[in-house]
Design a protein around this ligand. Sequence first.
Ligand SMILES: Cc1cc2nc3c(=O)[nH]c(=O)nc-3n(C[C@H](O)[C@H](O)[C@H](O)COP(=O)(O)OP(=O)(O)OC[C@H]3O[C@@H](n4cnc5c(N)ncnc54)[C@H](O)[C@@H]3O)c2cc1C
Length: 504
Amino acid sequence: MVDAQIVRPGDAAHGELARALNRRFAGSPDEIHRVRDTADVVAAVTRAVHTGRRIAVRGGGHCYEDFVAHPDVALLIDASGLDTVDWDAERGAFAVGAGATLGAVYKKLLKGWGVTIPGGSCHSVGVGGHFTGGGYGVLSRRHGLTIDHLEAVEVVVVDADGAVRAVLASRDPHDPHHDLWWAHTGGGGGTFGVVTRFWLRSPQAGAEPSRALPAPPAEVWLHAATWPWESLDRDGFDRLLANFGAWHERHADVADPYAGLASALLVPTRAAAGISLRSTMDATSPDAEPLLRAFVAEVGAEVGPAAPMTEQAGKVAALPEAAAPRRLKWAWANQLAAGTDLRLRAKYKSAFLRRGFTAAQREAIWASLAYGHPDAQLQLDSFGGAVNAVAADATAYPHRDSVLKAQWQAYWADAADDDRHLDWIRRAYRSVFADRGGVPVPDDQLDGCYVNYPDVDLSDPAWNTSDTPWSALYFGGNYERLQRVKARWDPTDTFRHAQSVRLP
Ligand SMILES: Cc1cc2nc3c(=O)[nH]c(=O)nc-3n(C[C@H](O)[C@H](O)[C@H](O)COP(=O)(O)OP(=O)(O)OC[C@H]3O[C@@H](n4cnc5c(N)ncnc54)[C@H](O)[C@@H]3O)c2cc1C
């Protein structure tokens, strides 16, 4: 007997739970198990194993690909009921249910104990997928990735003989399950088992809850500006991208006075209004406002004047204008940056950059932006800082010396437009890495792709003509160890999707 509410085709909740946020993907599971505790998860997984049904787990439903909402998945676990966020005095760490959303975690941690996690932006993202892939946000240059604060994880796994059990794995290197913890510091979701709970505590923190995780800055400066396309010629565009890259190369150290700065350069097609720069700076750090102004001036040097932020270019109309950084309480700023929960069709691609884009890459980007669809862009995010203070093999997430993260995005509403927009984003991306087989093959300038922005084209020889497979792009030198963990903890490959870690 399965002790969980089971949703079946025809039930009111089935349609929405079987779909992903990304409207390109919908599954048709026979059963959706709305689990409430670890015992429910064990029962649901046991049922899938005994009936030979393909299983998947859904956290917040934000996966960029069809890893959850897939036609072959017959039994879906909806983890959203595992949403508690509490201080666990016994472990001396925050216990976060794997079905919680980022927004709920932010709110609970801040109101309860005055602490936070480094990020993500969108508050409806589920921690089940987000934490397992790394978890980057505006505080990452100061405090690292969210998984840099992962103390332990509880995972429901399937043994070789089909037995299902919950395992607790911790950061303690003497823990016999330590390798399972490590795999959950960036090995990606849906690969090793079902996470029921994460415990969070910063590595050197004691067991006092108000010090167990980073405190956010009490206030931040927010700044936003747009360079309208009318004011940008080819040279101005090139200068803007080059300036943004060069600035980040110089300011990636964790001790840099700009460690409290996170900035995004949004570079949409020329059918949109213009290029926007959105920045958040820890207002409590010394000289924060003049530093922020100096940053904006450096990025815009010889580009031309920035205009006030327009509503079209930035989704948050309440942000301040170019000439006037605005000081806000952290909680409000974090809420403003929460992002949208658009139920649209979408496609994304990513690249980590150890240095800014080369002139040839900037030329390819410029050419790709001559596309008549305004809702398509390249987003460049500040990286480095505390993220880079961790060794590349200390966590499964390997990208520990990049200074920027690039993300190509396209959004649209109508399925009839799928081919057109997919073709644009694929070609745009391939053109930038044309000399590396169409993908950001790790070298002294590039460092592969972000597993939390999965892209099945990386597995497609038509779009990845390099000899670097998707697994090396996501996991670098950590992939073999991840495969060994997979062999130990999921020897029957019960938990799999198009880009899950393969058995050795
Ligand atoms: C609007 C938006 C904003 C984003 N912003 C950021 C950002 O600021 N920073 C950042 O780093 N990333 C960001 N992301 C990426 C995000 O971290 C990933 O999409 C993440 O995988 C979403 O997790 P989910 O639980 O919502 O998704 P789901 O689709 O539910 O799951 C994603 C994957 O994780 C697996 N999974 C989910 N729950 C569990 C579980 N309990 N146990 C095991 N596996 C599980 C699923 O099976 C699937 O393979 C963003 C994504 C979107 C759509």
